[in-house]
Design a protein around this ligand. Structure first.
Ligand code: NFS
Ligand code: SF4
Length: 647
């Protein structure tokens, strides 16, 4: 395997990496080499910088220091570092959700006229779920009540549980979280508690620390879930939509605007405004305006508006290197500061939009909800201006793109399932599991990361699981990997699915009249939308009369990168999912902490981490996890039958 081939399996990314080398342009992969060897202490999690006496570090070989200056041992240091990343992830996801909530409120108060309540039915459904009575109320009133309830989940001072946890999981799970004292009462408080207990001289008990981290992780889950709900109300619940993915979606004939980041508050409006400003682009000599996405913003606008996805996280620089991106608009999270230097080599405008997320040297358009369209127009104008400066000699767009069908909210999936079981749509899936037609379900989530070969983990594991009749759902940059590779098409079913999965998908596709057939992997949205697969799992668990910890449903983040991936992984385990991570988080510095997250967690929550860097071995372990759950379910049912016979 060539050096560049070792970096990615995405043909478009590979072509651009070669181009980058020819042009002398630097990428994250090059900077990664400059970092090598990565600090061993940091990698193992045994470096402590939380007080000014340090940094202290523990010698993993037992030859040097075994304790920090204060006497903290490896397990305290590793656990403290770990839960601080969970708190970081929680802050990111939930602040995203809070932002959406505040925009909705501003709109309801008449201060954000460019928005509308796109999905009143969702507002009503959420209201009912959280125990509000929508009868006789207008969509505005219902939305206001729902939004205020969501904001209460951030700020409640009483010791009552977060509404977005209790109303979305099974009673058994709620009970478990209460019993373990990890039920958050408010999101901000859970983050503050982690930060406090992990400061110098507070909690040194690794297990206690981890439980504190899990409370924050559940707060993260609440933040993700309310974010999905409110975004659906504001912009609509996704329905199946067709589009394209990979760098070939960048159109050299047009003004190309890339939306990158996470919150769709601005990017949704940019998409609308761009459509209105096509004439201005034509006046500048372009064939029109082409909006494409990177990272989770891409997923949001792909799911709701069919906007093409250019690429996922680690390849973000490669999009700029095509020389045909006129403006890249970023909001927050997963945006490499390196984009700035790179944009300087081209005509590309890098435009930051959030007051607390700036990059030195970038354009900054202060995005305000009250003047959303105005901000969007300024941005599109900047892009058109930049287009005039584009140097055609620098344009190099790989001709690689694949068809994709996305937009599978849970609501959309249930509509498809209803075609074979109108009364109880979820039975379509449960029957297929119980009859052994499909082995179970796997959620592919998380990022891409220089520590793994780009997209390889996602695609290799997906192929293995599909061959073994596992139903696949995906979010985040994992979904991006599958979309780019053509796995979100019915063609991929023919290519990769085992006989059971093929039968299941073809039967459903036929019954629902799904145009073009159902895809191999179902795109459920951005990373905050990991709430959607959880809703799916909870629905299955309820139908099977059990909890998520009992059903054959696994999660995998083969190329995790962000603190958000750590917090999602932590709540996935807490909710009961066997959760594979393909990049080892900094826990190996403490055998105790490693033991807790990979083994003991299962005794308490049913979920546990599978840490495995080899994609094929990881696939095997995920299949074993599904087999075990199926066997246990059959076995317990068999013993139940026996007991009844004996009576
Ligand atoms: Ni999730 Fe999405 Fe991608 Fe990772 Fe970043 S974009 S929120 S964190 S890198 S999947
Ligand atoms: Fe060192 Fe303890 Fe301070 Fe950490 S808290 S830096 S281990 S003295």
């Amino acid at each position: 395997m060539g050096r560049l081939e070792g970096r990615t399996v995405d043909p478009a990314a590979l072509e651009m990496l070669k181009h980058a080398e020819e042009q002398g342009l630097e990428t994250a992969w090059d900077r990664c080499r400059a970092q090598e060897p990565l600090c061993g202490f940091g990698n193992l999690g045994v470096c402590c910088r939380i007080c000014l006496q340090g940094p202290c570090r523990i010698d993993p070989f037992g030859e040097g220091a075994t304790r920090g200056i204060c006497g903290a041992q490896d397990y305290s240091i590793v656990a403290r570092n770990l839960i601080r990343s969970i708190a970081g992830g929680t802050a990111a996801h939930s602040d995203h959700g809070r932002h959406v909530a505040l925009t909705l409120l501003a709109h309801l108060d008449g201060h954000a006229p460019d928005y509308r309540i796109a999905d009143p039915a969702k507002a009503e459904a959420v209201a009912r779920r959280i125990g509000l009575d929508p009868a006789g109320k207008t969509p505005q009133e219902i939305t206001r009540e729902v939004t205020l309830a969501a904001l209460r989940d951030f700020s409640r001072l009483e010791e009552e549980p977060c509404t977005w946890v209790t109303s979305t999981v099974t009673p058994g799970m709620t009970e478990k979280f209460e019993e373990c004292a990890i039920m958050p009462s408010n999101i901000n408080g859970a983050i503050a508690e982690v930060m406090h207990r992990s400061t110098m001289g507070v909690d040194a008990d690794p297990v206690n620390l981890i439980f504190g981290g899990l409370k924050s992780a559940l707060a993260d889950y609440a933040g993700c879930h309310l974010s999905t709900d409110l975004t659906d109300i504001l912009f609509g619940t996704p329905r199946p939509v067709r589009s394209y993915a990979n760098l070939g979606v960048i159109d050299p004939e047009k003004v190309n605007i890339t939306v990158h980041g996470h919150i769709p508050l601005l990017s949704e409006i940019v998409v609308d405004v761009a459509r209105e400003m096509e004439d201005e682009a034509r006046a500048a000599g372009a064939a029109g305006i082409n909006v494409v996405g990177i990272c989770c913003t891409a997923n949001e606008v792909l799911m709701r508006k069919g906007i093409p996805l250019a690429t996922n996280f680690i390849a973000q620089e490669l999009a700029i290197m095509t020389g045909a991106v006129d403006a890249i608009i970023v909001d927050l999270q997963c945006i490499m500061p390196a984009l700035k230097t790179l944009c300087e080599c081209f005509h590309t405008r890098l435009i930051t939009t959030i007051p607390f997320s700036k990059i030195p040297g970038a354009y900054h358009v202060d995005f305000r909800e009250e003047k959303a369209k105005e901000s969007a127009r300024r941005i599109v104008k900047l892009a058109i201006e930049a287009y005039r400066e584009r140097d055609p000699a620098k344009v190099h767009v790989p001709q690689v793109k694949n068809e994709v069908v996305a937009g599978f909210s849970l609501e959309a999936m249930l509509e498809i399932f209803a075609s074979v079981n109108r009364e109880k749509p979820i039975r379509a899936l449960v029957d297929a599991i119980e009859e052994g037609e499909i082995r179970g379900i796997a959620l592919f989530a998380g990022c891409t990361n220089t520590k793994a070969r780009h997209d390889d983990g996602h695609l290799t594991i997906a192929r293995e699981l599909a061959r073994n009749d596992v139903f696949i759902v995906a979010t985040g940059c994992a979904a991006g990997a599958m979309a780019k590779a053509g796995y979100m098409t019915s063609g991929a079913v023919k290519e990769f699915a085992g006989p059971g999965l093929t039968r299941f998908l073809e039967r459903l596709g036929k019954a629902s009249g799904f145009e073009g057939g159902l895809p191999l992997a179902f795109h459920m949205g951005s990373c905050v939308d990991n709430s959607r697969p959880v809703d799916l799992a909870v629905l299955i668990a309820k139908e099977m009369g059990s909890d998520v910890a009992d059903i054959p449903f696994v999660a995998t983040a083969p190329e995790a990168m962000h603190e958000k991936a750590v917090s999602i992984g932590a709540w996935a385990v807490t909710l009961g999912f066997p959760t594979h991570v393909g990049v080892i988080p900094p826990v190996y510095g403490s055998s105790l902490v490693t033991e807790v997250v990979t083994k003991i967690a299962e005794d308490v929550f049913g979920g546990y981490f599978i840490l495995e860097t080899d994609p094929l071995k990881a696939a095997q372990k995920l299949i074993e996890a599904l087999n075990y759950r199926n066997w246990r379910r059959k076995y317990s049912r068999a013993s139940l039958d026996e007991a009844m016979v004996a009576e």
